[in-house]
Design a binder for this molecule. Structure first.
Ligand code: SF4
Ligand code: SF4
Length: 401
C-alpha cells in the first residue's frame, strides 16, 4: 500500500499553510525521510503562465514558502524552479511569470535560489515513448532531491494535471512546443510526459489543492475552493487521490494509467492508504470537468462510433480576445495566424494540443462541440456549466456547491 496524506487547509494564510504542509509530511514520515542535511532540494513548482496567485493557475507562494521552510528545517538547501509555457517575442515568459505569480518573492523570502530552466542548460536523456531524446533542464537532474509541487487543476487536453504532468516544465522554453508537435496524439503525448516524469524522479509530491481549478483548466477554468494539501512519496498516487476527490476515475487519466503500467507508481485506489482526512469527507461531487472529459463519461462503443460528433475544438471568442497574438506565437504547428485584430485557426493543421487555450491571458479560447448533437449531450451530462462563484463561500472540501 502506498501512503497518501490528505490534510485540510482552508485558506492561504501562511501559518495555516505551514501547519498543513508540516502535518501532511509528518503523516508520511516527515521531511527528514526525504531530505538529508546539506542536500540541494529543487522545488519544481507550476509556473505555467503570467497570472497572479489568486487566479489559481500557478503554485501558490504560501505553499512554496511552507515547503521551502520544511526543507530548511531539516538542513536542506531549497531551490525553486520551472519553465513557463508559450512564447513571447521568441522566449518563454518564465521570468515574468515568476514575478507575477509571486514565485520570485516566495523564493527570496525563503532564501531559496530561483532557477529559470530556460537559461540553465539541458542534459539529453533517453525516452521510451515517441520522443527518443528528451532535453531536460540541468538543475532538475543535478538536484539531490526533487519535489513536485503541482496545483490541483483540470486540463482541457489531458483532463487532469497534477504531480506527474507538473514535471513537463522541466523541458525549457520552446522545446515544450516542439514536443507537442512531435507527439500530437494525446496518448503519445502522455507517454512523453511519463518519460519526463521517469527521468526527473521526484522523491516527493506536495500538491497545492487549497484553491484548485475546475472547468477548462489549466488556466482558462475557474478557481475552486478545495481546501486540501495532498502529499506522498509517490506522485502517481497523489494524482490518483486528487482525481478521486474531484470525481475522476484515476485510470481515465492517461498519465496515471501509463505511469502505473510502467511500474512508476500506484494509481489503483485499492492499493492506496489515505491518511489524514477520509476520502468520503473531502470528495467533491460537482467538480466541473473539461469539455473533452465528456468522452470519458460515455461507453466506449458510443465514443468510437460518434467521435467526430462529440469532439470539441478550440474557437476564439472575438468579444474577449485582446489581439495580443500570444497564442499565435505559441501554437506548436503554426495553425494560427492573426486575421485583423483576432487570430484564426486552420483546423486542417490544428493538433488539438490546446496550448492556445492554456496560455491565452484573456480566456478567449473556448472549447466548443462542433456538432449540435455533441453540444446537446454536453449540456445533458452537465459539462461547461456556468456557475456563479464567491471566494470561500462555504467550508472547504464540502460538496454543496
Ligand atoms: S486569443 Fe488570447 S492569446 Fe490569442 S490573441 Fe486573443 S487574447 Fe491573445
Ligand atoms: S490552434 Fe491551438 S489547439 Fe490547435 S495546434 Fe494550435 S495551439 Fe494547439
Amino acid at each position: 500500500m502506498t501512503k497518501v496524506s490528505v490534510v485540510r487547509c482552508p485558506e492561504y494564510e501562511q501559518e495555516r499553510v505551514n501547519e498543513a504542509v508540516r502535518r501532511s509530511l509528518d503523516l508520511i514520515g516527515g521531511m527528514e525521510r526525504f531530505v538529508k542535511p546539506g542536500q540541494r532540494v529543487l522545488l519544481k513548482v507550476n509556473a505555467l503562465t503570467m497570472k497572479p496567485p489568486e487566479a489559481a493557475v500557478t503554485t501558490h507562494p504560501c505553499m512554496i514558502k511552507a515547503v521551502a521552510g520544511e526543507v530548511r528545517r531539516v538542513g536542506g538547501i531549497p531551490m525553486v524552479g520551472d519553465s513557463s509555457g508559450g512564447m513571447v517575442a521568441g522566449q518563454a515568459p518564465t521570468r515574468q511569470t515568476f514575478m507575477m505569480a509571486g514565485i520570485a518573492k516566495a523564493a527570496e523570502e525563503s532564501d531559496a535560489e530561483l532557477v529559470n530552466f530556460d537559461i540553465s542548460g539541458v542534459t539529453a536523456v533517453s525516452g521510451s515513448g515517441p520522443i527518443k531524446t528528451l532535453h531536460i533542464a540541468r538543475p532538475v537532474l543535478e538536484a539531490d532531491v526533487v519535489i513536485s509541487m503541482p496545483k490541483l487543476k483540470t486540463h482541457s487536453a489531458t483532463v487532469f494535471t497534477g504531480a506527474v504532468k507538473n514535471m513537463f516544465g522541466s523541458i525549457p522554453g520552446h522545446r515544450k512546443s516542439e514536443y507537442h508537435r512531435m507527439a500530437p496524439r494525446l496518448k503519445d503525448f502522455a507517454e512523453v510526459l511519463v518519460d519526463i516524469f521517469a527521468a526527473t524522479k521526484p522523491a516527493l509530491a506536495v500538491m497545492d489543492g487549497i484553491v484548485g481549478m475546475e472547468g477548462n483548466g489549466p488556466s482558462a477554468g475557474s478557481p475552486r475552493d478545495i481546501g486540501l494539501v495532498i502529499a506522498s512519496e509517490d506522485c502517481v498516487a497523489v494524482d490518483a487521490v486528487a482525481s478521486l476527490i474531484i470525481g475522476l476515475e484515476p485510470s481515465k487519466v492517461y498519465t496515471t494509467a501509463i505511469a502505473q503500467n510502467r511500474g512508476l507508481g500506484i494509481g489503483d485506489p485499492a492499493r492506496l492508504e489515505i491518511t489524514g482526512e477520509q476520502l468520503d469527507k473531502v470528495r467533491i461531487t460537482n467538480f466541473d470537468l473539461p469539455s473533452n472529459a465528456l468522452l470519458d463519461t460515455l461507453p466506449g462503443f458510443l465514443v468510437r462510433g460518434m467521435l467526430g460528433m462529440l469532439k470539441a475544438r478550440p474557437e476564439i471568442n472575438e468579444r474577449v480576445c485582446a489581439g495580443c497574438s500570444f497564442c499565435v506565437e505559441s501554437c506548436p504547428v503554426q495553425a494560427m495566424k492573426m486575421a485583423g485584430k483576432t487570430p484564426e485557426i486552420d483546423y486542417q493543421k490544428c493538433i488539438s494540443c490546446l496550448c492556445c487555450q492554456e496560455l491565452c491571458p484573456q480566456k478567449a479560447v473556448e472549447m466548443r462541440q462542433v456538432n449540435p448533437f455533441g453540444r446537446a449531450l454536453a449540456g445533458i451530462v452537465g459539462h461547461n456549466k456556468k456557475r456563479k462563484r464567491a471566494r470561500y463561500p462555504q467550508s472547504p472540501g464540502s460538496d454543496e456547491k
